[in-house]
Write a protein that binds this ligand. Structure first.
Ligand code: NAP
Length: 302
């Protein structure tokens, strides 16, 4: 990607900059702009006045909202906080973006769907979340759209990376301690490496804030293929022959929040519009397992 001249470089405000995706974005976005990366201590997304103040001070041309309340089970009992961060905060960010004529990039989830289908969901598929997290994320999507801001809402699924709290890290820790992993095999989705999502975002916004508005809207951004959590676990521990992975049902691993049985996202609209797609999830997993754990500005997306 071409580096932009200093005068052309947009100011980019990143929220949630200490999360899986936020860390990768904060490392990768400097190739296209001047990044102000805000973690929770710099911007508490549950505080609407703080959001307005920080956005107005930064005066960004681009806002990338990587912050989210992602504790899916805890959200069942922290309804108000989940909605504050996942629905009200994106609404305020979008309103501020509209006011400043900035572009907003936001992320959402396959958990807006109920998982009753057995073929990939596209952007026109009707959402019907099964849990509070999914409801709060759907409300965030709708609130952004209602402001009329120039916004890209990118739905993705099963985000993982080399650090943070995610399935890959959990499986690696368990594999170091146990010979058998019992993993749910009746939920189907797509694992997505945070770094690949960040680099796809960079490639998207590298078109320049002048060119982005005509393409604004809702997109599914996901690797190709599909997997159960059990398939994903097997691929993670493939190099540990000592460890066996036993499939179990969701009923054998009860959680406070219900999960959709099927959450594969059809990302073809994104590919048609922007001319590139994420590779197969297995390819990204191998890239991740062999990667530098520290976020990088390189671009594995082709
Ligand atoms: N993780 C997944 O499997 C998954 C699946 C589908 C879609 N998504 C979406 O992808 C996006 C990125 O998710 P992720 O996996 O990177 O999540 P993550 O690792 O949990 O990061 C979320 C970040 O948001 C921050 N945050 C939470 N509450 C906040 C608040 N009140 N004020 C400011 N920051 C706050 C967290 O801060 P702390 O670090 O201080 O807690 C964390 O750094 C989100 O929109 C998420 O909904 C994720």
């Amino acid at each position: 990607m071409k580096e932009r001249k200093a005068a052309d470089r947009p100011t980019i405000l990143v929220t949630g900059a200490r999360g899986q995706l936020g860390r990768e974005l904060a490392a990768a976005l400097p190739s296209v702009g001047n990044v102000i990366a805000c973690d929770r201590t710099m911007l508490d997304l549950s505080d609407p006045a703080a959001i307005s103040r920080v956005v107005r001070d930064a005066a960004p041309q681009l806002i990338v909202n990587a912050g989210a309340y992602t504790a899916v089970d805890r959200a069942e009992r922290e309804h108000a906080l989940a909605f504050a961060v996942n629905a009200r905060a994106p609404a305020v960010l979008a309103e501020e973006a509209r006011r400043a004529r900035a572009v907003l990039v936001h992320y959402s989830t396959d958990y807006v769907f109920d998982g009753e289908r057995t073929t990939p969901y596209d952007e026109a598929s009707p959402p019907n979340p099964l849990n509070v997290y999914g409801e709060s994320k759907l409300e965030g999507e709708r609130a952004i759209a209602a402001t009329g801001a120039i916004a890209f809402t990118l739905r993705t699924s099963w985000v993982y990376g080399r650090y943070g709290q995610n399935f890959l890290v959990t499986m690696q820790k368990l594999a170091a301690a146990r010979d058998e992993l019992r993993v749910v095999a009746d939920q189907v989705g797509v694992p997505n490496w945070a770094r690949a999502l960040a680099h796809a975002t960079v490639r998207l916004v590298a078109r320049g804030v002048e060119e982005l508005p005509e393409h604004a809207g809702l997109y599914h951004l996901s690797a190709q293929g599909s997997a159960t959590w059990c398939d994903f676990a097997r691929a993670i521990v493939r190099d540990h022959p000592r460890v066996s992975v036993t499939p179990i049902t969701s009923a054998e691993y009860p959680t406070p929040a219900k999960r959709p049985a099927y959450g594969v996202l059809d990302a073809s609209r994104f590919a048609r519009t922007f001319g590139f797609a994420l590779p197969a999830w297995q390819t990204l997993l191998q890239d991740c397992l062999h990667s530098d754990p520290e976020p990088t500005p390189n671009h594995p997306v082709h």
